[in-house]
Design a protein around this ligand. Sequence first.
Ligand code: ATP
Ligand code: MG
Length: 238
Amino acid sequence: RQSIGMITTGTDALDALLGGGIETQAITEVFGEFGSGKTQFCHTMCVTTQKPKEEGGLGGGVMYIDTEGTFRPERVVTIAKANNMDPAKLLDGIIVARAYNSSHQVLILEEAGKTIQEENIKLIISDSTTGLFRSEYLGRGTLASRQQKLGRYIRLLARIAETYNCAVLATNQVSSSPDSFFGDPTRPVGGNVVGHASTYRIYFRKGGKNKRVAKIIDSPHHPASEAVFELGERGVQD
Ligand code: ATP
Ligand code: MG
């Protein structure tokens, strides 16, 4: 068994919350409402993953599964410059896979193994994990088939994390809208299927203009503490 790697978030506050950063061989799930900073966090991790080990990265590439068309190369460029890193080189290290529907989203993972090895991918980003599933499977009658397919996707993420010693960062939008299957707005869409496979679950919430608050939920070995961070030029920052 390979040893577990750790990727810095680029902020002292979130690193402290997570015990150093996000881990390989695990799924880290970030959930929160729109604008809470999930996608900004993903963009930041695209940069930190490529830092050398001495600087808290893994010197590896990133596979970004983009289900909402919200990946922004220019955002990576800004964050790279703020970190004194070469933007062109960083963009070369990110494989973006745009998923057009939930079946395509699953297919991308089914076929990802070769690319992960060839490109030395150390972080798989799934942003957002459940959006396409939600929009395609409406109504109570389709809940079972939705959960079955989503379950397959999550199991693939977990298997890839272990097989290739990758970190997985999976975002999930909180919904309190009427189509939600859960009354509690702090519970992620996708519910148990996502939650059980995740090793770490972090809840992001807004805390003022650029301020955001992260909280670890249900972790066996993290104290339930909170971290305050900002959204800005460096992506997520102290
Ligand atoms: P959704 O669930 O809708 O996908 P999200 O959690 O992914 O939402 P983000 O897109 O990560 O949310 O965050 C959007 C917020 O990030 C904006 O409201 C803005 O406040 C902030 N933001 C985006 N770019 C910058 C920037 N360059 N500088 C500072 N803040 C920024
Ligand atoms: Mg987003």
